[in-house]
Design a protein around this ligand. Structure first.
Ligand code: CAO
Length: 450
């Protein structure tokens, strides 16, 4: 009978309570010695923990978001026959952690934007990377590059590394994708042109320009959040057929009410923001239009309708965009929502959000109203199917109907709304109904109480 052994976290040096950001195996999986089991991320480095033995995973002892230390048990393993003999002679000693990833210049302690923009695995990617029909080489790459490749659906075994000893860099993965999109493959084994939905993708390569030829330049690396959320945004933009529906809500009365109640909330130490009302109004609209409170399942053939209302709110921070989630927004009043929004945006700006604060969103709101603009096209936060963009309200003359043919222009405060939606799930007519409904709720916020 095969021996069951515990695989533990090796010596992590000074790192304590390091978060599990990825679990790469599941019970029943066969793993080789040195195969990666989990990824850990501290505020300074990301590392993959390899298996000290070969065998079959029996039971996982950690899950996503757990904090682990040196010696924590990761899983139990039914050791392979060959390993068993070794195991019987010597206790399983944890293999060293894969060398720590290059210490990051920034020390952002928030988790990866994979959490910020959560996507179920496997992500449907609209490109067809060529099937592997020749043995692949064993790739050497850092955990972040592996994650980047996984998110784009790239088999690292087919990517040529340009780093020391053939180590694969993020740029190599990007080049591979570009080349695949251009219809040529880096690997001679992969001769089939890349396609999206049966239509060949023949994008010309972006020109590589030495800008210093034209004038002085400065190179500033992107922040970690920007790099990772950039990959997700890019994927969402390409993978989801976006359409944006624009509308305008008359918030004259709502704004008067907000201002009249502000003194009361300020006494309690928080600001009653328009955003709190928007969250409330969106929940009302989502209730009335359940297809917007949904996600496509893995097969892409079923809609998963959610019976809870967790609303993501885009927050601009110096390191980049993060989307904390207000849970059970339907059970909270506008004051509670305003208080929680203030707390979440402070946590975001202080880099203190935890993974769990950014998970499980059903629908997102991105408000640029405090800054300016008349409209924009927000990118859907997959696996959600819609996102509401909010621009700056402005006072303008609006024709207000009176009795019979009578009417007049009246100054009204109008709020521009931009709803981007996944056209695979939502039809244009449904989107227009959703925004019209939202407009009616915002124009008479009492509707959100109904
Ligand atoms: N129209 C007019 N004025 C608005 C407004 C709107 N739609 N929304 C907010 N304002 C005003 C507020 O009334 C406030 O004015 P006062 O200081 O005079 O009271 C000011 O703008 C600042 O608003 P706020 O501090 O209350 O913040 P907010 O609730 O509007 O937004 C938050 C909070 C976290 C959403 C915001 O700080 C933020 O980060 N926005 C950027 C989000 C983003 O980057 N989205 C883009 C994603 S796509 O890349």
């Amino acid at each position: 009978m095969a021996a069951v052994i515990e695989i533990k976290v090796p010596d992590l040096g000074d790192f304590k309570d390091v978060e599990v950001i990825e679990v790469l195996v599941k019970p029943g999986d066969k793993v080789d010695k040195e195969a990666s089991l989990i990824s850990l991320e501290s505020d300074k480095a990301t590392m993959e923990i390899p298996s000290s033995d070969a065998g079959v995973v029996k039971e996982l002892k950690v899950k996503l978001g757990d904090k682990v230390n040196t010696g924590s048990v990761i899983l139990t393993l039914e050791a392979a026959a060959a390993a068993e003999a070794v195991a019987s002679q010597a206790p399983a000693s944890p293999a060293p952690a894969v060398p720590k990833e290059e210490a990051r210049a920034d020390t952002v302690s928030q988790e990866s934007p994979r959490e910020i923009l959560p996507i179920p695995k496997p992500t449907p990617v609209p490109f067809e990377y060529q099937p592997v029909d020749s043995p692949t080489h064993k790739p050497h790459a850092s955990p972040s590059v592996r994650r980047f490749a996984r998110e784009l659906g790239v088999d690292l075994g087919r990517v040529q590394g340009s780093g020391p000893k053939g180590r694969i860099q993020q740029e190599d993965v990007q080049t591979f994708v570009k080349t695949s999109l251009a219809g040529t493959s880096v690997s001679a084994a992969a001769a089939k042109p890349a396609v999206a939905g049966g239509v060949p993708f023949n994008l010309p390569e972006l020109p590589q320009i030495d800008f210093s030829k034209f004038g002085p330049v400065e190179i500033r690396p992107l922040s970690r959040i920007k790099k990772l959320s950039g990959a997700n945004l890019h994927r969402n933009w390409i993978a989801i057929p976006h359409v944006t529906q624009f509308d305008e809500a008359d918030i004259t009365e709502l704004e008067a009410f907000r201002k009249s109640s502000s003194a009361e909330t300020e006494k309690q130490g928080f600001k009653l923001t328009l955003l709190a009302f928007l969250v409330k109004a969106c929940v009302t609209a989502l209730r009335a239009h359940p297809d917007f409170n949904a996600s496509l399942d893995r097969s892409g053939e079923n809609l998963v309708l959610k019976k809870y209302f967790h609303i993501g709110v885009a927050v601009d921070t110096p390191e980049g965009l993060v989307v904390p989630v207000i849970r059970d927004a339907d059970r909270k009043g506008v004051f509670d929502l305003a208080r929680e929004l203030a707390e979440l945006s402070k946590l975001a700006r202080d880099k203190k959000l935890k993974s769990v604060d950014m998970q499980g969103g059903c629908f997102s709101i991105s408000s640029l109203g405090g800054i300016g603009g008349t409209a924009f096209t927000p990118i859907i936060n997959a696996p959600e199917v819609a996102i509401l963009g909010v621009s700056r309200s402005h006072m303008r003359p609006v024709w207000v109907n009176g009795k019979g043919d009578a009417g007049e222009f009246a100054p009204r405060l109008m709020l521009p709304l931009s709803l981007s939606y996944d056209h695979r799930v939502i039809d244009g007519a449904a989107a227009a109904r959703f925004t019209s409904y939202l407009v009616s709720v915002l124009s008479d916020i009492r509707r959100s109480l109904l």
